[in-house]
Design a protein. Sequence first.
Length: 158
Amino acid sequence: MSSVYDYAVQKPNGENISLEEYRGNVLLIVNTATKCGLSGQFKDLETLHQTYNEQGLRVLGFPCNQFLHQEPVTDDEMSAVCERNFGVTFPLFKKIKVNGPDTEPLFQHLKSYARGNFVKDIKWNFTKFLVDKNGHVVKRYAPKTSPKEIEKDIQQLL
């Protein structure tokens, strides 16, 4: 079985980073969008990051513009907006696609191990994937699932 550690992603500046750097941590991987009606979740994601970072939780945000163009700004602007408007300090990566022929390989992997209700595709921004310390996908959460509702599952994995 492969793990998320087998994948590399890009920072907003285009620099490659191997997810191997997160080995041994619990990961909460989220596709995000600053103009989404669910963008208030940034604050709750940041709270999880601040609360559990020292215990080994890493929240990783992957901006996506596939849903009603709710992430229309450049990668650099997106990072600044998230920091300024939502206080985000957890890592945000280069804008990606989560569905279709150009789907980011990491998200192909996540979706193959954690299907949504009835379909594999991601339906909206703020779909969340919880990954254990071994890099295996544990659970997928719907966009409307509040990060607060995931806290107990995170605590069990830490």
